[in-house]
Write a protein that binds this ligand. Structure first.
Ligand code: AMP
Length: 569
C-alpha cells in the first residue's frame, strides 16, 4: 500500500519500509512531481515536469491547480478535448502509482491519499473517484495536517505535547491543533480557507510589479513571466532583495515589497488561527511546537506572523514539502497493521458543521425557509453518528426534501450545499390528520465521507434515498466514459519519460532565447532527437549530456531553487 500526497502544485508518493517512511523519486530523480497535465504538440499526454514546462510556453496546452476545482463541475478544454478535475487528478495518481511500481517491481492497487482538512464531501468523493479511475482502491482518505502530525508523532512518540500544524500549500490553507500523548495523536480542531495559498502570493506579486512598472506581459509571455516571479518569491524567503527581468530591464524586488503587496492575503491567516485555537480551547502559551507544512510556509513573512501571533518559533526540522507524504505512508502502515506502528493511535475530527435546511413555521400561513439546523458540530471526533427528529409543516404534506449543508452560517444560503435527499410517501397510512415525523441520521466516517439516512418514524421505514445535485461527482456513465477515455491515451513508455521532460524543457528555453544562442540550442535539440531515433544508447547518453549542460547553464535559478528547497531534514 502506498501513501500519496496529491498536492495542488506538486504530488509525492511514499512507502513505509522497515519501519521508515521513504519518498520515492520519479525517473527524473525528483521526489516532487508537478501536479500538471498537458498535451504535447504530437498529441501525447504529458504529466508532471514535462507538462509544467510545456505550460510555461503554451498555457493553453493543459492545466495546473485543478485540485482547487475538485468537487465542482468545472471543465477545461485542451488538446481538442474537454477535461475535468477528476480525470486530471486521475492522471497524476496514475503517475504516482507507476513511480511506486517502478521502485517496488510489482503492481500496486491500494493507497492512502491525503486531502486538505477543509475538503468537503464532494471533494473527497471526487478524489476517491480519481483514484478508482487510476486503478487504485482508496484504503483511507486522510487530512493533510493530520498526516503531517502523524509523521511528527511517529518521530517523537513519547513526548506529551500540544502542536499546531500550519499548512500553507499552493492553493489551500489549513490549521490543525493536535495533542500527542504516549503514541496517541488526537486532533482537537481544524480550521481553514480553501482558496488561499502560495499561488495567490505569486499572482499578487505579479500584479504588484506590473502595476508599479506599468507593464503587461503579452499573452504568450505570461507563463515565463509568472515563472520568473515565482522564483523571486522563493528567493525572498531567504534574502532581503533580488532582481527580476521585467520586459527588457532588470528591476529590484525587496522582501518589503512582497510583504506590503500581499498584506490582504496575509490578513486572512489570522482569523483562521484564532478559530482553531478557540475551538480546541487552547491558549497560545500551551503550544509546544508549530509544525510547518506546504511550500508556501517557507516564506519568511509566515514565520514572522507565527512568531507574532503564537509566540513560538516554527519547527524547521521536518521538510514541509515531504512531511504529508510521509504521514500518508505511515497511515498506510497503520491500515496494514505493520508492527512498527503498533503503538500509534490516531483520532481525527470533522472540520465543518454538517446539518440540514429547515423551514420555520411561525403560524400556518407564515413559514420561512432557509435556516441551517446543525446535526454534527464542527470539530467533533470521528467516526461519529448523530441524529435529530424533524416533522412536516403541514398534515397534507407527503414529501420532504432533505437538503444537506455544511458551514457555520445561520442561513443556508451562506453555507455549502452538499447533497439532497427526497423522502416521499410520508402521509400517515393510518390516515391520521397530523404532522409526519422523520429522523435524520448523519454518519461521518474516518475518510470524512458523510452518509445520510432518513427514517419515517411512524412506519420505521428507512426511505429510499435519492441523492441529487452532486456537482463534480461523476455518474456511473461518466465514470465509464472517463475510464474509456484514459485507456487509449498515448502515454510514453517509462524509459522515455526523462527524455520527454528534457525535450519540453528544451522547447521552453527555445521560446525564451533569440539569435545565435537559439540556433545553437535548435541544433542541439535536433542532435538529441536524432540520437533518440537511432536508439544507440551510447549516442543518446552523449547527446543527453550536451543538452543537459546547456539547459543547466540557462536555468541556474531554477536549479538553485530546487536544490535549496529540499535541504532541511
Ligand atoms: P505545495 O502545494 O505544498 O506543494 O506548495 C506549493 C506552493 O509553495 C507554491 O505556491 C510555491 O510557490 C510555494 N513555495 C515553495 N517553495 C517556496 C519557497 N521557498 N518560498 C516561498 N514559497 C514557496
Amino acid at each position: 500500500m502506498i501513501g500519496i500526497d496529491l498536492g495542488t502544485t506538486n504530488s509525492l508518493v511514499a512507502i513505509f519500509e522497515n519501519g521508515v517512511p521513504r519518498i520515492l523519486a520519479n525517473e527524473l530523480g525528483e521526489e516532487l512531481t508537478p501536479s500538471a497535465v498537458a498535451i504535447a504538440e504530437d498529441g501525447t499526454v504529458l504529466v508532471g515536469r514535462a507538462a509544467k514546462d510545456r505550460l510555461i510556453i503554451d498555457p493553453n496546452a493543459g492545466v495546473m491547480m485543478f485540485k482547487r476545482d475538485m468537487g465542482t463541475a468545472r471543465e477545461y478544454f485542451f488538446g481538442g478535448k474537454s477535461w475535468n478535475p477528476v480525470t486530471c487528478s486521475a492522471l497524476i495518481l496514475q503517475e504516482m502509482k507507476r513511480v511506486a511500481e517502478m521502485h517496488l517491481g510489482n503492481t500496486i492497487e491500494r493507497a492512502v491519499i491525503t486531502v486538505p482538512a477543509y475538503f468537503h464531501d464532494q471533494q473527497r468523493q471526487a478524489t476517491i473517484e480519481a483514484a478508482n479511475i487510476a486503478g487504485l482502491k482508496v484504503e483511507r482518505i486522510i487530512n493533510e495536517p493530520t498526516a503531517a502530525a502523524l509523521a511528527y508523532g511517529y518521530r517523537n512518540p513519547n513526548e506529551e505535547k500540544k502542536i499546531l500544524v500550519f499548512d500553507l500549500g499552493g492553493g489551500t490553507f489549513d490549521v490543525t491543533l493536535l495533542e500527542i500523548f504516549e503514541g496517541v495523536i488526537e486532533v482537537k480542531a481544524s480550521a481553514g480557507e480553501s482558496r488561499l495559498g502560495g499561488e495567490d502570493y505569486t499572482d499578487t506579486l505579479c500584479s504588484f510589479l506590473e502595476k508599479k512598472y506599468q507593464w503587461q506581459p503579452a499573452a504568450e509571455q505570461r507563463g515565463a513571466w509568472r515563472q520568473r516571479v515565482e522564483i523571486v518569491k522563493r528567493q525572498l524567503a531567504r534574502q532581503l532583495s533580488t532582481r527580476v527581468l521585467l520586459h527588457k530591464e532588470m528591476v529590484e524586488v525587496t522582501r518589503a515589497d512582497l510583504i506590503e503587496s500581499t498584506k490582504l492575503l496575509t490578513s486572512r491567516i489570522r482569523p483562521v488561527l484564532a478559530r482553531c485555537l478557540q475551538d480546541s480551547q487552547t491558549h497560545v502559551s500551551e503550544l509546544h511546537d508549530v509544525l510547518l507544512v506546504g511550500g508556501a510556509s517557507r516564506m519568511q513573512l509566515v514565520h514572522e506572523l507565527i512568531f507574532e501571533l503564537l509566540k513560538c518559533q516554527p519547527q524547521q526540522k521536518i521538510d514541509p514539502d515531504r512531511v504529508v507524504a510521509m504521514g500518508a505512508c505511515i497511515q498506510a502502515a497503520l491500515c496494514a497493521s505493520d508492527d512498527a506502528v503498533d503503538d500509534l493511535v490516531l483520532t481525527d475530527v470533522c472540520p465543518h458543521t454538517l446539518g440540514i435546511e429547515i423551514t420555520k413555521a411561525y403560524s400556518q400561513n407564515n413559514v420561512e425557509p432557509g435556516f441551517f439546523c446543525p446535526i454534527i458540530d464542527r470539530n467533533t471526533t470521528i467516526p461519529v453518528s448523530r441524529s435529530k427528529p424533524f416533522s412536516t409543516i403541514h398534515p397534507e404534506q407527503d414529501m420532504i426534501k432533505v437538503q444537506v449543508f455544511q458551514g457555520e452560517a445561520r442561513l443556508t444560503k451562506e453555507n455549502q450545499k452538499i447533497g439532497e435527499i427526497v423522502v416521499r410517501n410520508l402521509k400517515s397510512p393510518s390516515g391520521k390528520n397530523q404532522l409526519s415525523q422523520i429522523e435524520v441520521r448523519f454518519s461521518y466516517d474516518m475518510n470524512g465521507i458523510l452518509e445520510v439516512d432518513v427514517t419515517n418514524i411512524e412506519t420505521g421505514k428507512v426511505s429510499s434515498l435519492v441523492i441529487e445535485q452532486r456537482p463534480g461527482v461523476l455518474t456511473k456513465a461518466q465514470l465509464r466514459e472517463a475510464l474509456d477515455r484514459m485507456r487509449p491515451l498515448k502515454m510514453h513508455p517509462r524509459d522515455l519519460l526523462p527524455n520527454r521532460a528534457r525535450l519540453e524543457r528544451a522547447n521552453r528555453l527555445f521560446a525564451e532565447l533569440i539569435g545565435p544562442t537559439r540556433e545553437q540550442l535548435s541544433y542541439m535539440i535536433d542532435q538529441f532527437e536524432n540520437a533518440l531515433r537511432s536508439q544507440d544508447s551510447q549516442l543518446i547518453k552523449q547527446q543527453t549530456a550536451v543538452l543537459d549542460t546547456f539547459l543547466r547553464d540557462f536555468f541556474p535559478l531554477e536549479r538553485e531553487m530546487e536544490q535549496t528547497d529540499g535541504e532541511n531534514d
